[in-house]
Design a protein around this ligand. Structure first.
Ligand SMILES: Cc1ncc(COP(=O)(O)O)c(C=O)c1O
Length: 385
């Protein structure tokens, strides 16, 4: 699904010179290079404070604990996301309240979220997810959260570098935003890493303590935290890559538009329209009205549930990777059965049966897109006769 070797070959000299300086300094955990990366991250998001940690999962845990969320509290989140979005809620002792998604954006459906907010006692926060890199449009939900003093934790694991529906940088409008720098992310470290941004100084300070076991001053521990200190080598790699992120994101957007245009030529339907008879049975993602709202971390199409396995196989036979994100809704995960809502989540369940991520990464190139489209079109046309 991506070519990290090509990406690293392009920036090898910059990376090696950064690593050499860390070896010379001999400071491997936290320290100046980590602080420099935290400042870079805050600057990118136009937010006062950036903090680093060891994964996107830790970032979510730290955000929840930093806001004082724990036993018996409820936290709302979309049912269509990576497992960590909900698992961290459970790990702090709280209860995930799942809401359904908008089939057009695949992000949480604000109206369904509002309905569930109104019927949930002890609700303490909302986690919004910018799925596949598309900024979640909160609309009226943002005002309702403000009126009820409900903080929004933005799971921006996939959306670094985008802007939201108000044109603000991702991470700026919410109380706190959490990033994953897992190697396959748009900004990927050379191992696990994560980060947070907030303009709330008290929250920043609380999280800075929680990521070093809850240490208040040397040897004095006020709360139970975790060990989630970023390595200097990861910080250096991330600062180098951050300098190239905008260029990589622009290339992703260009390739996504190429996918959209070529699929349209072959009879596919944009995701906000119904597939009519005689068309290629594939829906392309609904375009964001401003391309800057999407990082295209993943290019996700919809096909009929019964044709998806054959399409995955056909791509594999041609040496083309594809990926199903996610095979089931969070409420359908065995580990989260205790939190399955009584009200159904039909759009989450339909998306998990129909969506498929096709390769999209900066080094794919226009030829790569054409090749994928050729195989997808041939396979679907053969399935339709
Ligand atoms: C939406 C979302 N949230 C959270 C995470 C967790 O991040 P990490 O793998 O860095 O712990 C991921 C990573 O895949 C993600 O995609």
């Amino acid at each position: 699904m991506l070519d990290l070797a090509a990406q690293h070959a392009d920036i090898k000299e910059e990376l090696l010179s950064g690593f050499a300086s860390i070896l010379d300094m001999g400071h491997f955990v936290l320290g100046d290079s980590v602080q420099a990366f935290e400042s870079d991250l805050a600057r990118l998001c136009e937010v006062r404070h950036g903090l680093s940690c060891n994964s996107g999962t830790d970032a979510l845990w730290l955000a929840l604990r930093g806001l004082g969320i724990g036993d018996g509290d409820a936290v709302l989140c979309p049912a269509y996301s990576f497992f960590a979005t909900a698992a961290t809620i459970v790990r702090v002792g709280a209860i995930p309240i799942f809401c359904d998604i908008d089939p057009a954006t695949l992000n949480l459906d604000p109206q369904d979220a509002i309905r569930r907010i109104e019927t949930t006692p002890n609700l303490r926060a909302v986690i919004s997810v910018d799925l596949f890199g598309r900024a979640c449009e909160l609309g009226e939900l943002a005002e309702i959260c403000r009126d009820r003093d409900l903080p929004i934790i933005q799971d921006a694991a996939q959306s670094i570098g985008a802007v939201d529906s108000q044109g603000e940088k991702i991470g700026k409008a919410t109380r706190i935003a959490c990033f994953s720098f897992y190697p396959t992310k748009n900004l990927g470290a050379l191992g696990d890493a994560g980060g947070l941004v907030t303009s709330d100084k008290d929250l920043r300070d609380e999280i800075a303590r929680l990521r070093v076991h809850g240490e208040i001053e040397p040897g004095l521990f006020g709360k139970i935290g975790i060990n989630s200190r970023m390595d200097a080598l990861q910080a250096v790699a991330l600062s180098v890559k951050l300098r190239h992120l905008e260029r990589w994101t622009q290339t992703r957007r260009r390739l996504a538009l190429q996918y959209d245009a070529l699929f349209a030529e072959r009879g596919a339907t944009p995701g906000n329209e119904r597939i009519s008879a005689g068309r290629l049975r594939l829906q392309t993602p609904v375009a964001a009205c401003d391309p800057a709202r999407h990082t295209y971390h993943r290019y996700v199409v919809r096909v009929d549930a019964q044709t998806r396995p054959g399409l995955v196989r056909a791509l594999e036979e041609e040496g083309i990777a594809s990926e199903i994100y996610y095979h089931r809704g969070l409420h359908e995960q065995p580990a989260l059965q205790a939190y399955r809502p009584e009200i159904p989540l039909p759009e989450t369940e339909r998306a998990s049966r129909e969506t498929l991520a096709l390769p999209l990464f900066p080094e794919l190139g226009a030829d790569g897109v054409e090749r994928v489209i050729g195989v997808v079109t041939r396979t679907l046309e053969a399935a339709q006769v």
